[in-house]
Write a protein that binds this ligand. Structure first.
Ligand code: SAH
Ligand code: DHB
Ligand code: MG
Length: 223
């Protein structure tokens, strides 16, 4: 019952707030056609990420976990002229779909897709001096979330905003005996977040067509 209701409410707000959007709709359709998993953020979440970017007038955005570029389109569209999104993806097939989706959305010039394991591309981004980033969206392999938290802070400046997806995992995050490696990764991350003195943080549960999950949202106090 609750799952049906959550899905119905998502459809209701999608109908009210998110009219068809050629680039976003095609990005999802092509992602499905290419066999990518349907684990992109929802439209409402994409809009929220874009609004965070606009609220802080983000000029440099970093995303860890591109998939087919759905969240990337939302983020890149929020950039001012001359702004840049750097998005990291380990799977070359995903990156290829994303590049095509970014091109169709007219966003090629403001998006830098880096293919490779983020644990390798993050140090490269650091040494190239591409930061500090104003907004960072972490949405890749859950087992490395604690590492990505540390990198995100290192690539930030005081006032940067960091958003981390999937910190609830159908509520399994409260199960200390979980054998699911992704949930274990998120649980370790949540504990690290609680101990992290360099950020002010909150965690918000979200429900919708894809179930129950959540965002951790933080503001960097110091790096
Ligand atoms: N942000 C996307 C969804 C990302 S899904 C959206 O909302 O549209 C998670 C992505 O992280 C997948 O494409 C997966 O291939 C990628 N990923 C997994 N491990 C990774 C790693 N070590 N480095 C970079 N990307 C990784
Ligand atoms: C998974 C990953 C995600 O980033 C997400 O939003 C939902 C599910 C997954 O790996 O199962
Ligand atoms: Mg996610």
């Amino acid at each position: 019952m609750s799952q049906d209701r959550w899905a119905a409410v998502e459809r209701y707000f999608d109908g009210l707030l998110f009219p068809p959007d050629a680039a976003l709709d095609a990005a999802l359709a092509d992602s499905v056609a290419a066999g990518l998993p349907p684990i992109n953020v929802s439209a409402g979440q994409g809009r929220l990420l874009a609004m965070f970017a606009r609220m802080i007038q983000a000029r440099r955005i970093l995303e860890i976990g591109t998939l087919g570029g759905y969240s990337g389109i939302w983020l890149a569209r929020a950039l001012p002229a001359g702004g840049r999104l750097v998005t990291l993806e380990v799977d070359p097939r995903h990156a290829e779909v994303a590049r095509h989706n970014f091109a169709r959305a007219g966003l090629t010039d403001c998006i830098d897709v880096r293919v490779g394991p983020a644990q390798e591309t993050l140090p490269a981004i650091d040494s190239e001096g591409l930061g500090p980033f104003d907004l960072i969206f972490v949405d890749a392999d859950k087992a490395r979330y604690t590492e990505y938290l540390d990198w995100s802070i290192r690539l930030s400046r005081p006032g940067s905003v960091i958003v981390v997806d999937n910190v609830v995992r159908d509520g399994e995050v409260v199960n200390e005996h979980t054998t699911d490696a992704k949930v274990q990764g998120v649980r370790k991350f949540n504990v690290a977040l609680a101990a992290e003195r360099r950020v002010e943080a909150t965690a918000i549960q979200l429900v919708g067509a894809k179930g129950h999950d959540g965002f951790a949202v933080m503001i960097v106090k110091g790096t």
